[in-house]
Design a protein around this ligand. Structure first.
Ligand SMILES: O=C(CO)COP(=O)(O)O
Length: 138
């Protein structure tokens, strides 16, 4: 049984469908952890994926800063943040501050699906031992 981790999920508007699809695919693993999300992202994860999520404010209204404070308090162990590289955000300073704090706190951060796939398949999250005898081909 894996330890229950705090996972923060955040996506900018053009990336929200990606986040929903990714979370749906990884629903079982995610559901075993304590999930935090910014407002709109969290709403979609609750409504469309059926996950239980601690919803904070919407990003432009302070949600990124709230996630940052949860990181500073040690409640968030990893951040999945699908930020949009093609659109300017009105709350860009908050986005930068969140990413800065995540790096400073040395928690894993995934900013796209490929990285998120690596992190979510970690034995630290799945509880599956990759060297378990039944998984090792001889
Ligand atoms: O803006 C965001 C992250 O910077 C995300 O906020 P929402 O999930 O409320 O759209």
């Amino acid at each position: 049984m894996q330890a229950r981790r705090g996972i923060a999920l955040v996506a900018h508007d053009n990336c929200k469908q990606d986040m929903v699809d990714w979370a749906r695919f990884n629903r079982r693993t995610l559901a075993a952890h304590r999930l935090f999300a910014t407002g709109t992202t969290g709403g979609r994860l609750v409504d469309e994926v059926g996950l239980s999520v601690i919803r904070l404010r919407s990003g432009p209204h302070g949600g990124d800063q709230q996630i940052g404070s949860r990181i500073a308090e040690g409640e968030v162990d990893l951040l999945i943040f699908f930020w949009d590289p093609l659109a300017a955000q009105p709350h860009e300073p908050d986005v930068r501050a969140l990413l800065r704090l995540a790096v400073l706190s040395n928690i894993p951060v995934a900013c796209n699906r490929a990285s998120a796939d690596f992190i979510i398949s970690s034995p630290l999250l799945t509880g599956r031992d990759p060297w378990a005898p039944e998984l090792v081909r001889t």
